[in-house]
Design a protein around this ligand. Structure first.
Ligand code: FAD
Ligand code: NAI
Length: 465
């Protein structure tokens, strides 16, 4: 049989592209090298990390905030293996959901490593060798953790996020290299459970790419509540190990060499596109200086009929970005004219308080010379936040000085990973700060902070502060 489309990789980019292609009437095959579908996101990324973030947050709250709510729990115990087991069960149910979607949409799943023989022939090397004939191909092979040239990831003591989601015994101490999204999320998980966490970061701030005020306030909160030791402006120069410990050597601002010893070293310095073994050379597709596959505005590579989406191409390495591209590429192939507004892809860090942002950063607007005004509302002035004892953080709305159009929204606070969706809707419809400030928001909710920050940005007239 000849397929209309073969998708290589079953992460959120690949499986969503496969579903949309099938919905649009194409006969689709999907190739995945692992036995479970769902890619990084479902197996070793978004879902397992959020499962552990939620579990560790319950434990932390039971230890630190329940008594203030009037709840005594007696002697609190941590069953770490059970926490990891529950995480794996959540992953199992979620990846099973993708299998169901493949069946529902009559998509044929091939298990094994996919590689190009030519642009219409994909070899699948798994338990048995198979060949797929196909009209078009979508590459959605995602990314892998990257490292520093001098670090050997032994997966025992020097680990990546993948191993950090699978530990069987709670570490006493952990040094994390990189205060990006993974460093802050997994650092939170372990610090909440009692591990002594040190985060060594090259820059003078955490979570690069997010609003500076959020980064500052989030770091203050993680230091105070979770006792995480942040070592900013430290350039890691070496990592050594014994069977039971790791030593991270870094150079501080003064040029001095300092050492951080811990049971584990988690390397969280970014991810790199994954194209190994794909046989791109057999079709004449080359990668750019960062290993990404170059594509045009229709996600087509240099070879007609071969497309690429998700972490393996340029742009933010986010599941929802990969999903949007999956839908878009399928619709382009079907002759439609879809569109992605990359400026409005939100970014979230699932710490507690959560951090999120969408649209322009203040620095970007300054660089562009665009005049803007800022409205802010702190959660400590929110009745809902006081009721739940989640008063850290704020909502910041940035609007055009002349037109009042919302240009950026940045938040730190409780459940704002969900609240940022309101900002995305507002900005997709090019709402003004006044529009949001005049819309009714249920009381009491965390969302009222968005309304208040908008009122502040519009005319400096928030109502509850
Ligand atoms: P992937 O999900 O990486 O999937 C690619 C798939 O292709 C894999 O299953 C791989 O096995 C397969 N593959 C590769 N080569 C071949 C081949 N030759 N043949 C067959 N199969 C192949 N993003 C968010 O938006 N929110 C989050 O909360 C979030 N949390 C994260 C937490 C962690 C710890 C990590 C590591 C990442 C997280 N991400 C998060 C990022 C997110 O997981 C990725 O952006 C997303 O998975 C990218 O999707 P993708 O489809 O491009 O690739
Ligand atoms: P990242 O790019 O977010 O952070 C890497 C950090 O490492 C940066 O702060 C960088 O300055 C630092 N660093 C680099 N070299 C260093 C050195 N030599 N010494 C010290 N620090 C150094 O990458 P991270 O956290 O590994 O995440 C990878 C990707 O996964 C991100 O692009 C992110 O988009 C995605 N992800 C998304 C999540 C979410 O949406 N909530 C959660 C987890 C991952």
């Amino acid at each position: 049989m000849k397929y209309d489309i073969t998708v290589i990789g079953s992460g959120p980019g690949g499986y969503i592209a496969a579903v949309r292609c099938a919905q649009l009437g194409m006969k689709v095959a999907i190739v995945e090298k692992y036995n479970t579908l769902g890619g990084t996101c479902l197996n070793v990324g978004c879902i397992p990390s959020k499962a552990l973030l939620d579990s560790s947050e319950h434990y932390f709250n039971a230890q630190h905030t329940f008594s203030e709510h009037g709840i005594g729990v007696g002697k609190l115990e941590l069953d770490f293996p059970q926490m990891i087991k529950r995480k794996s069960e959540v992953v199992g149910v979620t990846t099973g959901g993708v299998e169901y979607l493949m069946k529902k949409n009559k998509i044929d799943v091939f298990t094994g490593m996919g590689s190009f023989k030519d642009k219409n022939t994909i070899l699948v090397s798994g338990e048995k060798e198979q060949t797929i004939q196909t009209d078009k191909v979508i590459i959605a092979t995602g990314s892998k953790p990257s490292t520093l040239p001098f670090i050997k990831i032994d997966k025992k003591r020097v680990i990546t996020s993948t191993e950090a989601l699978e530990l069987q015994k709670l570490p006493k101490s952990m040094t994390i290299i990189g205060a990006g999204i993974i460093g802050c999320e997994l650092g939170s998980v372990y610090a909440r459970l009692g591990t002594k966490v040190t985060i060594v970061e090259y820059l003078d701030r955490i979570v690069p790419g997010m609003d500076k005020d959020i980064a500052k306030e989030l770091m203050r909160s993680m230091k105070k509540n979770l006792k995480i030791d942040f070592q900013l402006s430290h350039k890691v120069t070496a990592v050594s190990t014994t069977t039971r410990s790791t030593t991270v050597t870094a150079e501080n601002k003064k040029g001095e060499s300092v050492e951080f010893k811990a049971e584990y070293c988690l390397v969280a310095v970014g991810r790199r596109p994954y194209t190994e073994g794909l046989g791109l050379e057999h079709i004449g597709v080359s990668t750019d200086e960062r290993g990404r596959i170059p594509v045009d505005e229709h996600f087509q590579t240099a070879v007609p009929g071969v497309y690429a989406i998700g972490d393996v191409i340029k742009g933010a390495m986010l599941a929802h970005k990969a999903e949007e591209e999956g839908v878009c590429v399928a619709e382009f192939i079907a002759g439609q004219k879809p569109h992605i507004n990359y400026r409005l892809i939100p970014g979230v860090v699932y710490t507690w308080p959560e951090g999120a942002g969408v649209g322009y950063l203040e620095e970007e607007l300054k660089e562009m010379g665009r005049e803007y005004k800022v409205g802010k509302f702190p959660f400590k002035a929110s009745g809902r936040a006081r009721a739940s004892m989640d008063t850290e953080g704020f909502v910041k709305v940035i609007a055009d000085k002349e037109t009042d159009e919302i240009l950026g929204v940045h938040m730190l606070g409780p459940r704002i990973a969900d609240l940022i969706a309101e900002a995305v809707v507002a900005m997709e419809y090019r709402a003004t700060a006044e529009d949001i400030g005049r819309m009714s928001h249920a009381h009491p909710t965390f969302a009222e902070a968005m309304k208040e920050a908008a009122l502040d940005a519009w005319a400096g007239m928030p109502l509850n502060i």
